[in-house]
Design a protein around this ligand. Structure first.
Ligand code: DP6
Length: 403
């Protein structure tokens, strides 16, 4: 065809994508292959100034095989979830081209691809790097092949939580009803500017790899936990409606309480799983107690914790509370052994503390004290990087820094 003659020899695109933190948790699938959840979930997308994944995707006539680099190390490109994302983006590209003749220089869908991806945060931070990772991969591939529009459905095929990283601000992933998953999509509930005072702190408790991964853990929960079934059918639908209202009204009291309750119920379903799954450790529980003591002292909800499939805490609070709470955390635990893992974020000031919030004896003597990150904020969805000097791959299609 005439289009064939105009095919480009090499195309390269770089995108960045954010991390998201769920306040109504996703836990459990009704379809493992399509990654369809048993309940809807809701999250806050974090700003990419602080935490982000960067991915460069390239396709070339000259590449002889598909290749992938994760943080500079070559990795297996045959991973079924990665292949599912690639297949879906190419299918959308084919569909789009079939429908319009104006595409002058389409990139051949048969060219092999090279992908390089990097996180600007330590994997040890225990943040859901797969969410940002797959959101970034899908964004970059879609740009590469000129695919526009709804892409959360494709990102979902990489990792369930990744579909929520396709949007900024406050994001809901609707479980959907259809068996083919076409209605299991993420959409924005409120933009990132909606709640300018909202802040997020990450307390790194442990850099250890988690004992039970999310995918395997939630499968066992679906198979064995009656509490999870009740949660998905009864509790989450009610909580979602309530959480949307708290967000709309910027009601931190309501938002914070429900965030803590939903995290606690998620961990209760893990305990209700057979054999049980334990993601929280002693230090996590000390942070929970500290947050409640802090709130009791103030007579209202000033900080809210949430924990995913690991012991690290994520704290939601408002700008005027950050300095005081960070000071309380620093004084409550022995000095961190895990160093300065977080270097990005807004500066945190210091605050003087009332007596009852000062160091408590239970905290001391615990290994690996939590290391508070600088304050993070909600932020936008995936971004295209215009500057070609930012590509992670060189013109030869190999990683720039470690070719
Ligand atoms: C506890 O999205 O990592 O973080 O879909 O199997 O890839 P897969 O699981 P994943 O699960 C995240 C679970 C969670 C809660 C949440 O982010 O909603």
């Amino acid at each position: 065809s005439s289009a064939m003659a105009e095919e480009r020899a090499l195309a390269m695109v770089t995108c960045t994508a954010p991390v998201n933190i769920a306040v109504i948790k996703y836990w459990g699938k009704r379809d493992n292959d399509l990654i369809l959840p048993i309940n809807s979930s809701l999250s806050v997308t974090l700003h990419q100034d602080q935490l982000k994944t960067t991915t460069t995707a390239a396709a070339s006539r000259d590449f002889t095989e598909a290749r992938l680099w994760l943080n500079g190390e070559e990795a297996d490109v045959g991973h079924p979830r990665l292949q599912a994302c690639l297949r879906e983006v190419r299918r959308l590209a084919r569909k789009r081209r079939g429908g319009s003749a104006e595409d002058t220089a389409p990139l051949s869908l048969s060219y092999k691809i090279h992908v390089a991806t990097e996180n600007n945060f330590p994997t040890a931070a225990g943040l859901a790097s797969s969410a940002a990772g797959y959101a970034c991969l899908v964004s970059a591939l879609a740009r590469l092949y000129g695919v526009e529009g709804e892409l959360s459905e494709v990102a979902r095929r990489g990792s369930g939580s990744a579909c929520r990283s396709m949007w900024g601000g406050f994001v809901q992933w609707q479980r959907g009803e259809r068996p083919d998953g076409r209605d299991s999509l993420a959409h924005q509930v409120a933009p990132e500017m909606h709640w300018p005072e909202l802040r997020v702190l990450v307390l790194v408790v442990s850099g250890e790899k988690k004992q039970v991964g999310s995918t395997a853990g939630m499968q066992t929960s679906v198979d064995t936990s009656p509490l999870l079934k009740h949660r998905a059918e009864v509790v989450v639908p009610e909580r979602l409606a309530l959480m949307m209202r708290h967000i709309r009204e910027r009601d931190f009291e309501g938002f914070g309480q429900l965030t803590m309750q939903d995290s606690n119920q998620f961990h209760a379903t893990c305990l209700d799983t057979f054999p049980p799954i334990f993601y929280l450790n002693d230090l996590s529980r000390h942070i929970i107690a500290l947050a409640h003591r802090f709130n009791t002292h103030h007579g209202c909800t000033k900080v809210a914790y949430t924990f995913d499939a690991g012991p690290n805490a994520v704290i939601f609070t408002l700008a005027d509370t950050v300095a005081e709470f960070v000071e309380v955390v620093r004084r409550s635990f022995p000095p961190a052994t895990n160093g300065d893992q977080f270097v990005r974020g807004l500066p945190v000031g210091s605050a003087s503390l009332p007596e009852e919030l000062l160091p408590h004896p239970q905290g001391s003597g615990l290994p690996g004290a939590p290391n508070p990150s600088p304050a993070l904020q909600p932020g936008p969805g995936p971004q295209l990087v215009d500057d070609p000097s930012q590509h992670l791959l060189g013109a030869d299609g190999l990683p720039r820094r470690c070719a």
